[in-house]
Design a protein. Sequence first.
Length: 373
Amino acid sequence: MTKSQKGLPDIVQATTDFEKWASRHVNLIRSDVKLKHRNMALSAFPFFRATFYRWAQLWPLICPELEGATRVLAVGDLHVENFGTWRDFEGRLIWGVNDFDEAWPAPYTVDLVRLVTSAYLAIDAEHLSLNRKGGCEAIEEGYRDSIAKGGGPYVLAEHHRWLRRLATSELRDPVVFWKKILACPKYKGDLPKDVWKMIHGSLPLRTKNYELKARIAGLGSLGHPRILALAAWDGAHIVREAKQLTPSAWTWAQHLHTSEVLSRKLVESAVRILDPHVHFAENWVVRRLAPDCCHIELGTLPEERDEERMLYYMGWETANIHFGSPKAIGAVKKDLARRRGRWLHKAAKAMQKVTLDDWKVWRRNCKDSGATK
């Protein structure tokens, strides 16, 4: 598309405008934002992950025929690395969508197209080895099957053992995990009273002493304050993370005047086994982190894996989230039944192209300004 993506400001100006808006909702950490900008220049895949705000601007222009699809409370910033594991009340390992920071009402097609687009970018970056046709078909088949069968969460116990092996790969080593946590610098600042109460209340009763640390993580939310409460409990470390949230970037792109955050609503309404250690208050979320309780990066997956099967599961889980809008499911089924052929591939291919166009502009600007050094 280009020509500054059909009249929109270019990606550099859009990023400046978005960050100015975000700074009115959270105390952006400027050094982390600069790191985010450098990461965005490295390759198209991290750029895509870091720029959901741009997707929200481009989506209605690039995919107008899908913009009118049935609306659900959607993930928004869905991609192949927005999946992870957590433990439920019974200690069982659960797999599913890991991050709901951008939850907002949107066409159900948004999550599908964004997930497939991320798979295409991951394939180009050689993070995935399957071809685009196989990846797209696997995601769509998983979504259609889940919508038809009423969904169902992934409990990695006696069932889904194959997925459990991926989720507990030796590359998710506890030693490496705790080394990274312990290396985080001390947090300097005051905690909001509600956040302090959530952190304190989420720790075991006998845990009185803990150290506050600042964590640098994520891509889309890199720059948002992340505060760790690290403690030693009965001979081993435990940690909680508090992260400050903004309203979804959809509200920025659509010029909506609201400070509402819908993460909690989506988590609690979807077909999902809840993480008992996730708590929301105002625009903060507190959760337990552990080697097996975090998102799964593609680089930590074992070399031997069935990638089509994994993407099928991601498509299925996407429908699990959309079941959080039960009144819309009938219309979703009717709309989905009308969509045949390569509609999903064509949309993802178009969104991939404008993403790559923006990334080239961003990379060139960073080189010209010396920001990549």
